[in-house]
Structure formats: C-alpha cells, structure tokens
Ligand binder design. Structure first.
Ligand SMILES: Nc1ncnc2c1ncn2[C@@H]1O[C@H](COP(=O)(O)OP(=O)(O)O)[C@@H](O)[C@H]1O
Ligand SMILES: [Mg+2]
Length: 308
C-alpha cells in the first residue's frame, strides 16, 4: 500500500518491530564483595544478545499513528511498552519488521534521509557529553561534527544555549553542572538544526519538578516560534498532560488509548488505581482478602505491592 507522504509529520501504518531473542545464560557469575562503602552482589551475568534460540521479542505490534505538523505529541507507557523502539523507528535508527509509513514526507524505509529530518535526544544522552569541553564547546563541537559551517555553528550555539537558559553557564564543564543542566545541554544540541521533528525520549528523567516544568515550558515556547513537531515519551502521564496536544498510551507494543489530555481524562475518570507499598512484609499465606484482586512482590526484597 502506498502511504500519503505529504501531509503528516509522522505516519505509521500497521508497523511491527520484532527483535531477535535475548538469551540469558544460566551460568551467570556471582560476585559478592562487602567493603566499607559498597556491597555489590550479582554484578556479573552472562547475557548473549540476539540469540536464535531465545524467543523473539515483539516490541511493537500492528501500530498505526498519525502526527500532524506542529503538534506536541506524547507517548506514555510502562517500561518495556515500546516507546523507545517507536522513537528509534521514527528517528531512522531502526527498521520496521513490517508495515509502512513516513517521517516528514520521507518513506520509513529511507532511514538515511529520515535521519536528516529529526533531532533525537535519548534518556541518558547527557552521559555522552564531552567532559573536557565546556557547555558551549560541547554544543559547537557537535554542530561542527554534524557538518554545520563554523560561523553558523557559532550563531546557532548561542541561540540554542539561550533557549535552554544556559547562556550564563556556558563556560562551565559538565562536571560543574547539575543533572538538570546537563539534560538541558543535550536538549540544546537538539535545537541546533531546526529539523522538522524533535524526538525526546524521557527528557524529564532525573529532573526535579522545577526543572521538569522549565523544560516543558521551553518546549511549548520553542514550538510557538519554530513550528517544529515534537514527539516525547514519559512513563508517567502527569507531565504529558501539561504539555502535549495529544497523548498515545502504549502497552506491550500496542496502542491502547489515543486522544487529547482532556479526552483521556474523561475516559479514565471512573477508574481509581491505588498502589500500596509496604516494607518488610511476607507474601500473605492465605488468599488475599476479597477487595484485593492481586498481590505481587515488587523488585525490592521484602516489599509487597497490592493492586486493587
Ligand atoms: N535491542 C533489543 N533487543 C532485544 N529486545 C529489545 C531490544 N530493545 C528493546 N527490546 C525489548 O523490546 C521491548 C520494548 O522496549 P523499549 O522500546 O525499550 O520500551 P520502553 O522504551 O517503553 O521502555 C522490551 O520488551 C525490551 O526488552
Ligand atoms: Mg525507553
């Protein structure tokens, strides 16, 4: 089927992405060291990626979506629901196993051309900053590395650092910046190229509420001046409500809800989710009491999570 490649910022039609299986060897090594300040346990495990023997992982299944130019579009879903996979497909970093689509008018299969049309920032992108360079040098270095002529790189670097409120701190090294500031340095990199799409994968992870709000305000402001389309992910819906025009909710690689924040609130208003975390409790020996529908251990040893 031929896609309409002229109108949408992002168009996905019946896209499926399956990864080869990941094999976890049972022969995981065991390391335990009790030092005065560190207690490491189970540090080493033997993991073989992309094994033919392990079952394949279906990260996205029959996924269809249209995003209009100029929209701030939010992807929300629990860990492992396929948000990053979707972002990487739209960024031209992965190829779909099946399905069609386009990004800013370019066919999904033309990944090389798509990569020119998107600026992509991943969750822990700031770890990739060059630590011996200042914030300003980091941005300018990146611009030049991507082939931007030096005079333009200088202008765009200032513009980007001003936009993320870091111009005053431009002489500081990453080690002198807080995580929130480092996150904004990385965001500045995404603002350099005025691409049709900006993709931000969990941009508020690790940020305090004040910096989260600053970053979301910045995105809103940016959009009103450049008209770029912004696609961002988060594992919590609350922040998205404040910033996104529309939100898609993913679960296990499928689209489970799509709408404006108001529309989603209206659908969900009857639903109450109560999550109870307790410390140092044993799993109940008898059946849970009638009101508790499910009780399960969560990751922390000794803690119990109860879903009603
Ligand atoms: N490179 C990979 N190889 C195998 N499985 C992967 C790979 N990347 C992601 N997955 C799996 O695909 C599913 C979706 O992952 P991901 O897109 O990272 O979800 P999210 O970003 O919502 O946490 C998960 O089950 C994850 O384990
Ligand atoms: Mg992710």
């Amino acid at each position: 089927m031929k896609s309409d490649t002229t109108e949408d910022a992002v168009l996905l039609e019946h896209v499926t992405k399956t990864y080869p299986g990941v094999e976890q060897s049972p022969r995981g090594a065991w390391l335990e060291w009790r030092g005065p300040a560190l207690w490491l346990r189970n540090l080493l495990g033997v993991v073989r990626l992309t094994s033919n023997k392990a079952p394949p992982v279906r990260a996205l299944h029959d996924f269809s979506l249209r995003i209009q130019p100029g929209e701030i579009f939010g992807l929300v879903g629990p860990n492992g629901s396929g948000k990053t996979t979707l972002m990487k497909l739209v960024a031209g970093l992965l190829r779909a196993t099946s399905g069609t689509g386009s990004v800013a008018g370019t066919c999904l299969s033309n990944t090389r051309e798509i990569r020119r049309k998107v600026s992509y920032v991943s969750t822990t992108g700031w770890m990739g900053l060059e630590w011996p360079l200042t914030a300003e040098e980091n941005i300018r270095f990146f611009a030049t590395l991507c082939g931007m002529p030096t005079p333009l790189a200088r202008v765009r670097t200032e513009e980007a650092l001003q936009a993320v409120n870091l111009w005053e701190d431009r002489q500081k090294y990453p080690s002198q910046l807080s995580n929130g500031m480092r996150q904004r340095v990385i965001l500045a990199r995404a603002l350099l190229f005025h691409t049709p799409l900006i993709l931000l994968d969990e941009p508020t992870v690790g940020l305090d509420p004040v910096h989260t709000q600053l970053l979301l305000d910045l995105l809103r402001g940016r959009l009103s001046t450049t008209g770029q389309t912004i696609l961002l992910t988060d594992h919590q819906a609350a922040e998205m409500e404040a910033v996104a025009d529309r939100i898609a909710v993913l679960n296990e690689g499928e689209l489970v809800m799509l709408g404006t924040p108001g529309e989603l609130r209206a659908v969900l208003k009857e639903l109450t989710v109560i999550e109870v975390h307790t410390e140092e409790m044993e799993r109940p020996a008898a059946l849970p009491p009638p009101l508790v529908l499910a009780a399960e251990h969560i990751e922390r040893p000794g803690a119990l999570s109860v879903r009603t």
